[in-house]
Design a protein around this ligand. Structure first.
Ligand code: UDP
Length: 361
């Protein structure tokens, strides 16, 4: 297939501002290239792709970042700032649609979803978040009725947020596992990774680390610096070790030293990339039993689950997770989250979208 992948209108690929969508984009582009498809990626100007995606054409567009839905009230209306990147990405996508079999949308946003019934080339949407806004819920429910094939979700927990008339297509996520080294020997160190923003619940991981008397290394982009300062002030000095946002190669090298990764979402996390990235390094995960992480962490096998928002339960989960054999974590990631398996699932989905569009003509 000739595929156009339209990236997130929040930040450039490679900057970390798009969150987990960036890893998803890299894995699916590299994996679909390996399977013989022709790929073009349309993203914010200045985006970069790793060498594994060198076979894809990269198109850039300038424009204002889109305000992310997760930081707006549930009842917020659709917003398109002047000079919007989202509008420009989709104008470009539509003006070239005749050159592609399927357009794959990675943006969690209103405009591309709304376009679904109105394009000549089918648009498929990989929905990257759970429910965060009424106007998005309404549109996703509408598309699920009119064009059910065109939607895919990462996990069942995420899809359950939406009003879907039939079982959702679940594609999980994929990782180039060759980039993550297994580390058998942990240090006396806990880890946490993700965008540093309130919905990610860093304060609970910090509180658990403080109770255990262990340092907590923190990797990720400070999306909300005031929130980061509040978390820092909530625990004894020295508990947190801020490591900044690191590229995957450095992130995995440091992450692999952790005894346990803590994952403490306050929202219905769609997937939880960092959970799989830790497992790929052999690091067991103690997570709140909420959203995607609750499906990725297998109690007693790849980690331990705690009742959401319960720091005492999280402390106990860290204790259980520390006893897990690290090799089993790596094996689980290889069996369930390889780039190859993910690309095969995406390919099957896009072929179905393409087939249903051809049948409709
Ligand atoms: N990440 C990274 N470097 C860091 C910290 C995080 O590249 O120092 C990446 C990580 O690999 C993951 C993403 O940031 O893919 C966060 O994705 P996740 O699904 O955990 O959460 P999201 O930000 O999408 O809500």
């Amino acid at each position: 297939m000739r595929l156009l992948v339209v990236s997130t209108p929040v930040g450039t690929l490679g900057s970390g501002r798009g969150g987990g969508v960036e890893i998803t984009a890299r894995a699916l582009v590299a994996g679909l290239l390996e399977r013989g498809h022709q790929l073009t990626v349309l993203a914010a100007e200045g985006s970069t792709l790793p060498p594994s995606c060198a076979g894809a054409a990269l198109w850039g567009e300038t424009g204002m970042d889109q305000p992310s839905w997760q930081h707006r009230p549930r009842s917020a209306p659709v917003e398109l700032p002047a000079g919007t990147l989202l509008g420009r990405l989709w104008r470009r996508a539509l003006s070239h649609q005749a050159d592609f079999d399927v357009i794959l949308n990675l943006a969690y946003d209103w405009l591309p979803l709304w376009l679904t019934p109105h394009t000549a080339t089918p648009v498929a949407h990989l929905v990257s978040m759970g429910s965060v806004a009424a106007v998005m819920d309404e549109l996703i429910a509408e598309i699920a009725r009119s064009h059910p094939q065109h939607l895919a979700f990462h996990t069942a927990a995420q899809a359950a947020d939406f009003d879907l008339p039939q079982p959702p297509r679940l594609v999980g996520n994929g990782f180039d596992l060759g980039r993550y080294r297994f580390q058998a020997e942990p240090a006396e160190l806990l880890g946490w990774a993700g965008r540093i923003a309130p919905e990610k619940g860093l304060e609970d991981a910090a509180a658990a680390a403080a109770r255990l008397g262990l340092p907590l290394a923190v990797w990720g982009l400070q999306e909300d610096p005031a929130y980061a300062r509040r978390v820092e002030a909530s625990v004894p000095p020295g508990t947190l070790r801020w490591r900044g946002f690191l590229p995957t190669e450095q992130l995995q090298a440091e992450l692999g030293h952790c005894a346990v990764l803590l994952n403490t979402p306050k929202w219905n996390e769609a997937f939880g990339n960092v959970v799989v990235e830790a497992l790929a390094c052999g690091v067991p995960v103690a997570a709140y039993a909420r959203g995607g992480p609750a499906e990725l962490v297998q109690e007693g096998h790849t980690g331990a689950l705690a009742r959401p928002d319960d720091v005492a339960a999280l402390v106990a989960a860290v204790g259980r997770a520390r006893r897990i054999e690290r090799r089993r974590c790596r094996t689980w990631a290889e069996q369930h989250c390889s780039q190859q398996a993910f690309a095969a699932r995406i390919e099957a989905w896009l072929e179905a979208v393409n087939g249903s569009a051809l049948a409709r003509r």
